[in-house]
Each structure stands twice: as structure tokens, then as C-alpha cells.
Design a protein around this ligand. Structure first.
Ligand code: UT7
Length: 328
């Protein structure tokens, strides 16, 4: 294809926000029958951040968005759309994205939430890419933000030790490419869901059922098995769509749920762990926030550099899963 013939959605900036309260594994030893040793060896998690009273998904998302706008050198007036991936919005409605829009002082453009649990950021990126490729928007703030600490069952040791709060954001903007895999931006993606697995990971409350927010329930073992199988498959498929393989990948930026899942996926893809961005030890599982957090932390650590090939992959309640191949 000739030069300048293809529209690409390129990451122009990235940022994140973590609440100040850091909770080490040892704090859980006082609450439930668990140990720091069990949590570290079974999950890789060492600590996580929990939102302060009054801190919400939209407030954390707004902090992350500001950091991404700063990094991009883009003013809020230059943004056409805001997408927030979250399963823990401030209110049933308006959307967290509308709240972020208000907090950023943006009165033009449009804003909406995407709910695909831990795969939410992948789904949001794919939507933002489609908006850019269709000409609906030129520049989109794509945010993953969660306050899972508000939907945890503090008496369930098999789930309450796993999750954390936080937010990450990217500014995605229209650019021109030549249609080759050397282009910067989103090169390929793949989405899946299978609602028949809904009982493996869900929250037991909601607007039209209990009228409450509910708490998280998970059959960890079963989700683990699906994750190991499905994450490598979706990443392989997305790479193969554009003629690439694990060998071409500079960084896997995985959903950060469990270090054992992350390493098993990397192994199945034939990618060594020194080419995987790992933040799970610091953040725990932050659901839709985990990949943009890992992108932002990976960049600030000096791991992710311009021109490198990234594959992001995630799975979450639904089950929903998917991947995005992106040249940074
Ligand atoms: O983000 C969405 C996707 N979610 C995930 O990817 C999570 C997937 N699942 C996992 O990461 C893992 O399955 C867990 C970390 C949740 C659990 O690890 P596991 O190696 O699968 O442990 P298990 O569920 O098989 O439990 C092993 C044992 C059980 O005891 P018994 O039955 O062998 O006596 C559990 O009761 O570990 C026990 N256990 C704990 N022990 C100490 C479960 N949670 C804890 C705990 N502390 N916190």
C-alpha cells in the first residue's frame, strides 16, 4: 500500500493514578485465615492500593486522564470522546465517563462507559479504534478505572486478597500509516465472550435484581484454567491476523490478575518473562485499570519505548476476553 493511505489510532500519551493507601498482604492476616506467603506464592501479589473514603472511580479516572493529557501535551478541548472501562461506576447512571467529562470541564464531544470487567480496557480500546477509523472522533481519552475494594466480601479469603483500586488512561489519536505492521498504533485486535460461563465470576447484586451493589464471587480455579488457555489463544490469533507471532513481540502487557497466569500465558506464546510488563505485585488485580496502569508504569520504568510492538490481553467475568496488538 502507498504511504499515508491508512488511518491508524496511535497512543499519544499515557498516565495513571493510584490511591495513596497501600495495603500489604500482612494486613489480611488479621482479617481472614490467610498468610502473606500464600498470597505471594499463589498470586504474586505483595500489596495493593485502596481508595480513600470519598475517592471514587470517576475521581481516580480524572486524575489518570489529566496525567495522560499532560504526557500527550494535549488540551482537554482537543479531545472528541471519553470512554471509561469500569464495572464499578460511581452511580448506576450517569456514566463514569460523563462524570470524568464534567470534572475535566469538557462540554463538547461525547462520553460513555464500557463494561467488560477485567477485559474492559481491551474492549474500550477496540471501540475507540473503531470511532477513529470511522471518522467519528479524531482523539479519544480511553480510561480504565476501578474501585473493586467496594465490591469485595471481606470474609472471603479466596477473593478479598486479590483486588486493588486505581486508574490508567491513554490518549488515542488519528494518524496516517502505510498499512504495514511497521505503522505505529493499533494493528489488530480480537474480542470474545461466552455468557454461559457467567457463574464462574460475578457480583451477586444489581439494579434489577437485589437493588444493591453486591459482592464479588469467583470460582478461582475454573477461571484460572480458562485464563491460561484463552489468553494465549487470543493473543496468538490477533498477532496472526497481521502475520506476526510471539517472536515479534517486544512486550506482552497482560491483565494483571495472577503472576502464574501471566507466566503461563507468556510461556505458551514463547515469550520470555523479561519481555512481559508485570505490575501485579504492586497493584493486585485492578480489573479494567490493570492494563493501562501497566502501560503507564511500563513506560515510566523505561521498559516500553516508541516503535516497540506490544500485545495486550485480558479475561474477565462474563466470561469476556480479548487482545490488542499495538505498536507504541
Ligand atoms: O481478573 C479476572 C480473572 N481472574 C483471575 O484470573 C483469577 C483466577 N484465579 C486465580 O488466580 C487462582 O485460582 C486463585 C489465586 C484465586 C486461587 O489460587 P489456586 O491455586 O487456584 O487455589 P485454589 O482455589 O485451588 O485453593 C487452594 C487452597 C484451598 O484450600 P484447600 O481446599 O486445598 O484446603 C483454598 O481454600 O487454598 C485455599 N485458599 C487460601 N488459603 C490461604 C484460598 N484462598 C486462600 C487465601 N489464603 N487467601
Amino acid at each position: 500500500m502507498s504511504s499515508g493511505s491508512v488511518v491508524r489510532a496511535v497512543v499519544r500519551g499515557v498516565g495513571h493514578y493510584l490511591p495513596t493507601r497501600v495495603v500489604p498482604n500482612t494486613e489480611f492476616e488479621e482479617k481472614v485465615d490467610t498468610t502473606d506467603e500464600w498470597i505471594r506464592t499463589r498470586t504474586g501479589i505483595e500489596r495493593r492500593h485502596f481508595a480513600a473514603e470519598g475517592e471514587t472511580t470517576s475521581s481516580m479516572a480524572t486524575h489518570a486522564a489529566r496525567a495522560a493529557l499532560d504526557d500527550a501535551g494535549v488540551a482537554i478541548g482537543e479531545i472528541d470522546a471519553i470512554i471509561v472501562a469500569t464495572s464499578t461506576p460511581d452511580l448506576t447512571f450517569p456514566s463514569a465517563a460523563s462524570m470524568v467529562q464534567a470534572q475535566l470541564g469538557m462540554t463538547r464531544g461525547f462520553a460513555f462507559d464500557v463494561q467488560a470487567v477485567c477485559a474492559g480496557f481491551i474492549y474500550a480500546l477496540v471501540n475507540a479504534n473503531a470511532l477513529i477509523l470511522s471518522g467519528q472522533a479524531g482523539r479519544v481519552l480511553v480510561i480504565g478505572a476501578e474501585t473493586f475494594s467496594r465490591i469485595l466480601d471481606w470474609s472471603d479469603r479466596s477473593t478479598c486478597v486479590l483486588f486493588g483500586d486505581g486508574a490508567g488512561a491513554v490518549v488515542l489519536e488519528k494518524a496516517e500509516g502505510d498499512g504495514s505492521v511497521a505503522d505505529r498504533g493499533i494493528l489488530s485486535s480480537e474480542l470474545h465472550s461466552d455468557g454461559t460461563y457467567g457463574d464462574l465470576l460475578y457480583v451477586d447484586g444489581g439494579v434489577s435484581t437485589t437493588g444493591t451493589a453486591g459482592v464479588l464471587k469467583m470460582q478461582g480455579n475454573a477461571v484460572f484454567r480458562h485464563a491460561v488457555e484463552k489468553l494465549a489463544d487470543t493473543a496468538h490469533t490477533a498477532l496472526a491476523k497481521v502475520g506476526l507471532s510471539g517472536d515479534d513481540v517486544d512486550w506482552i502487557v497482560p491483565h494483571q490478575a495472577n503472576l502464574r497466569i501471566i507466566s503461563a500465558t507468556a510461556q505458551r506464546m514463547g515469550v520470555p518473562m523479561d519481555r512481559v510488563v508485570v505490575t501485579v505485585q504492586e497493584h493486585g488485580n485492578t480489573s479494567a485499570a490493570s492494563i493501562p496502569l501497566a502501560l503507564s508504569v511500563g513506560k515510566s520504568r523505561g521498559q516500553i519505548k516508541p516503535g516497540q510492538l506490544l500485545v495486550m490481553e485480558a479475561i474477565g467475568g462474563g466470561l469476556v476476553w480479548g487482545s490488542v496488538v499495538l505498536r507504541w
